[in-house]
Design a protein around this ligand. Structure first.
Ligand code: SAJ
Length: 425
């Protein structure tokens, strides 16, 4: 008989995981507090965009391998895939992990495996054990006891835009609260993962995931810092990075308008919170990346300083290229602040969405096609390097101030009234 898996949280990680497992023949029950998402999924549809996801969900729902509900059911394996944001003071907010855990507690039976996939601060897996055992004194984690349950952390590591492939292909880190939990969890992932399944303890697994995202954040901060240095020195940062990367041991990432998403801009804070005195570099990198949106706004301000109520066109709103995800997007922050710089409409082109997020609705911001936005614009601000924007030709940019935060436009600076300085970088 196939294993029953109950996945709590049907977002960017939980739903693709549910779809992949159901497609591999597991009986999967997905749980989410969002009733609209639950109803859509039960109809074979999805509430988020991820390439090929809807196709797989449609198939597995029709086959009867995936159901969704607002409540959990009894299962062999529980996977928690809920958000772990931070609070205002950058301290981790475990409220979703706690409520997801509490939602499954009444259903847990001896022998069950509980896996935390959410990126979490060190010690969270142990907290889950505490929450379970506080309410269920009939269960234990002691090895060889008949009422034993198994608890592990197996952090998700998939890249938005490539999630379905990476769930199967990526190596996985599995860290249990004891050896037997680690082994049982590794055996489960080996059933559907093609990559290596690497075994460790829960705390190391938690810090490994935080380390991966902090590594990327620090490296992006290096590129962003360079971009601001180059701006002062009137050097083209894109050329600079290209040249430096010709060295066999140099591989600088790309600057941009800031770091967005729900992971890289968040997870390093969990290390800073755990070791504030030690995590100096990690914290500085966060700060460098966080000031980049204001730097971009200042570039626009100086570019329009001699224009009365200029029309600004912003290309891109999502937090990175070729996806629809607006969470923590620096582009959203920049666009909303730009709206206060001009009385004219700010035109925004984001080909992956049909409507603006609520908090941009009452401002002088209009979602429009790229063509329309460019037609009206005095100033063009490229915020996301969507493939679609790479098709924009120089003629549509003629006589406009172009500020390209991702370096995708090959423009003739003089014709377009841009100094290298304004071409951010
Ligand atoms: N960015 C740059 N320059 C770059 C690369 C990225 O400015 O050279 C920006 C992007 O535009 C975006 C942000 O950084 O705003 C983050 O994008 P990303 O592609 O680096 O990462 P995410 O947030 O989509 O996914 C990351 C991945 N982690 C790593 O690559 C170490 C992914 O594997 C994780 O599963 C994911 O975080 C997560 O969920 O934790």
């Amino acid at each position: 008989m196939s294993l029953k898996v109950c996945i709590v949280g049907l977002g960017y990680i939980g739903l693709p995981t549910a779809a992949v497992l159901a497609d591999k023949g597991f009986m999967v029950h997905g749980v989410d507090v969002n009733e609209n998402a639950v109803n859509l999924i039960n109809n074979g549809q999805v509430h988020i965009y991820e390439p090929d996801l809807e196709k797989v969900v449609k198939k597995v729902v029709a086959a009867g391998n995936l159901t969704a509900d607002i409540d959990p059911i009894k299962a062999d394996i529980y996977i928690l895939a809920v958000p772990t944001p931070f609070k205002e003071n950058h301290k981790p907010d475990l409220a979703y992990v706690e409520s997801a855990t509490k939602s499954i507690i009444p259903y847990i039976e001896p022998g069950n495996l509980i896996i935390l996939e959410s990126t979490s601060p060190v010690g969270t897996t142990e907290k889950i054990v505490e929450w379970i055992l506080n309410e269920r004194t009939d269960l234990s984690i002691d090895e060889n006891k008949s009422n034993q349950v198994f608890v592990s952390h197996c952090p998700e590591r998939v890249l938005p835009g490539k999630i379905l492939k990476e769930i199967i292909q990526n190596d996985r880190i599995v860290g249990g609260i004891n050896k037997i939990s680690t082994q049982k969890t590794a055996e489960f992932y080996e059933l559907f993962v093609d990559g290596k399944v690497l075994q460790t303890n829960a705390k190391t697994a938690e810090l490994t995931k935080l380390t991966e995202n902090s590594y990327r954040d620090v490296n992006i901060a290096f590129a962003n810092e360079l971009s601001m240095i180059c701006d002062d020195l009137e050097i083209d940062v894109w050329e600079l990075i290209k040249l430096a990367n010709h060295h066999p041991r140099v591989n600088i990432l790309q600057p941009g308008p800031g770091v967005g998403g729900h992971c890289i801009a968040v997870d390093p804070w969990f290390i800073v919170d755990a070791a504030p005195e030690r995590a100096k570099l990690i914290q500085t990198a966060r700060n460098v990346n966080d000031i980049k949106p204001q730097f971009v706004i200042d570039k626009v301000k100086s570019a329009i300083s001699n224009k009365i109520n200029p029309t600004i066109a912003c290309l891109g709103l999502s937090f990175k290229a070729n996806i629809d995800d607006l969470r923590e997007s620096p582009a959203v922050e920049i666009v909303s602040k730009l709206a206060s710089l001009t009385k004219n409409m700010v035109y925004v082109s984001e080909p992956h969405i049909n409507e603006l997020p609520l908090h941009l609705l009452n401002l002088n911001i209009q979602l429009s096609s790229t063509e329309d936005a460019l037609k009206h614009a005095d100033v063009v601000l490229l915020l996301v390097e969507h493939d679609y924007f790479k098709l924009v030709d120089n003629i549509s940019l003629k006589n406009k101030v172009v500020i390209d935060t991702k370096g995708i436009f090959q423009i003739n600076n003089e014709e377009n009234e841009i100094m290298t300085k304004a071409k951010i970088k």
